[in-house]
Design a protein. Structure first.
Length: 109
């Protein structure tokens, strides 16, 4: 199983990374270029055999078997910044003062 028991914590951590990417273009470029490294630096264990891709056109997370690679591909969406989310809310999320559920009335990530 890719997202183990602590999947809710992983979701919040990834949401923090997405928020950081929305606020910092340099970080966004690093996240897109080296998602596994960024996730691991954030304390998220990425199992061997799992490729991680950041998709700027996606809005939904997915984990699927892939013919291109041996194993599975975890696609993390990185859509454009949501218009109804402020930079202050994103900063609070990044710093752990609020969860992704508290940023807006619908799910952030």
């Amino acid at each position: 199983m890719v997202l183990k028991r602590e999947w809710r914590q992983i979701v919040n951590q990834v949401c923090q990374l997405i928020a950081r990417a929305w606020l910092d273009e340099n970080f966004k470029a690093q996240f897109i270029a080296n998602p596994r490294q960024i996730l691991e630096e954030a304390g998220i264990d990425v199992p061997d055999g799992l490729e991680v891709r950041i998709d700027e056109s996606a809005y939904i997370w997915s984990v699927q078997q892939s013919e291109e690679v041996s194993g599975a591909v975890w696609t993390i969406p990185l859509p454009p910044k949501l218009a109804d989310v402020t930079d202050e809310q994103l900063t609070d999320l990044i710093q752990g003062r609020i969860s992704s559920d508290q940023v807006r009335s619908t799910t952030l990530c």
